[in-house]
Design a protein around this ligand. Structure first.
Ligand code: SF4
Ligand code: SF4
Length: 347
């Protein structure tokens, strides 16, 4: 498979990467089979996270005996030195490797978090020490906030940035990619299918493959999905006129109701985690159901049911999303899906 240079890391990675969220939903054997098929197809860049439950361990099992030539990326949500140390140790154990090629700070969404990460006695110091010890080869960051992503790139402290990029969330083409080129920071495109909202893989990947220096990491759950994307990569990449028109139609249809998870709408007056609620359909497609109907998402939905419709969040959303209406729809949909799930597990 064609390779690209991942910015100043100087690592060459396959032009198509593997996103490790959805394999949590599979049996272990199926998950291992999916990862191995990706390797057979020539994918060399695998991304996972400490927070994706079984994902690291399953990738570890799949790559046993095949580590050479792979670029393994994982990430931590920890924001303290101790937390990063312990997450790194866990990642190394779960992946069954001596070193991780790219270790990223996961979901850095505001200036306070960026400061915490860069604290000279905190998380960054731990990873720089791990780099000297050979446990980590390169350090990156992931974010959904354009302002933070730009600040992170300009700081020159990170070798890669992972940011959502697809033909709906296409702002990075003008706002972030030129900056990453200027600073020679590797660009990893998360959410190439807009978190499961885009069914048309041909258009979604033809759009992204036109950029010669980024690596998209679709979350892969089924072997046929990755086979289809590889075919797109290897086929004619120019969009046909009909595909261009369809892309525009989808932009018009979805663009006004697509949450970018940028968090500019926060804080909510009654502490509703707006992004979790707005993007729960995407979690539904990627998370094991027992986790989706409990814990973080359930709590978010309970809070969302208390929306006072004050409208303050809508004034702050740069994409003018009808947040109040969408929250009400999501709560209704979640309750219905939960009812169906409960019925299923009790019969
Ligand atoms: S409209 Fe609802 S979600 Fe938005 S700030 Fe007010 S209470 Fe929070
Ligand atoms: S609702 Fe708007 S401001 Fe809030 S996270 Fe989504 S896109 Fe960003």
């Amino acid at each position: 498979m064609e390779t690209i240079r991942l910015g100043k890391t100087e690592m060459m990675v396959s032009k198509l990467g593997f996103g490790g969220i959805p394999i949590q939903r599979l049996s272990e054997d199926d998950a291992v089979a999916v990862v191995r098929r990706c390797l057979d197809l020539g994918i060399t860049f695998l991304d996972t996270a400490n927070g994706y439950t079984t994902s690291e361990e399953r990738i570890g099992k799949a790559i046993k005996g095949r580590r050479q030539g792979l670029v393994l990326a994982t990430k931590t949500h920890a924001r303290t030195a101790e937390g990063v140390k312990s997450d790194l140790k866990l990642s190394l154990e779960r992946l069954g490797v001596d070193s991780i090629d790219l270790y990223q700070f996961h979901g850095v969404s505001d200036s306070d978090n960026l400061k915490m990460v860069l604290d000279p006695n905190g998380p960054m110091a731990v990873l720089e020490e791990a780099k000297r010890a050979g446990q980590v080869k390169h350090i990156g960051i992931t974010s959904h906030s354009m302002d933070i992503a730009k600040e992170a790139v300009k700081s020159d402290r990170f070798e890669t940035i992972m940011f959502p990029f697809n033909f709906i969330t296409s702002e990075p083409a003008d706002e972030l990619l030129p900056l990453t080129r200027e600073h020679d920071v590797g660009f990893i495109a998360m959410k190439p299918l807009a978190g499961g909202m885009l069914d048309n893989a041909t258009i979604a990947f033809k759009y992204l493959f036109q950029f010669p220096d980024l690596v998209p990491i679709p979350g892969i759950e089924k072997i046929h999905e990755i086979e289809e994307i590889v075919q797109i990569l290897e086929g004619p990449r120019q969009m046909t006129e009909a595909e261009e028109q369809e892309m525009q139609r989808l932009r018009d249809e979805l663009g006004t109701r697509f949450c970018r998870r940028c968090e500019y709408c926060q804080p909510c007056t009654v502490e509703i985690p707006i992004t979790t609620v707005m993007t729960s359909t995407s979690f539904f497609k990627r998370m094991p159901p027992e986790r989706f109907f409990s814990g973080m998402v359930e709590t978010a939905m309970e809070k969302a049911a208390n929306c006072t419709e004050c409208g303050e969040c809508e004034e702050r959303c740069p994409y003018n999303l009808p947040i109040r209406e969408m929250i009400a729809e999501q709560v209704k949909w979640y309750r219905e899906e939960k009812r169906k799930y409960n019925e299923q597990v009790t019969t």
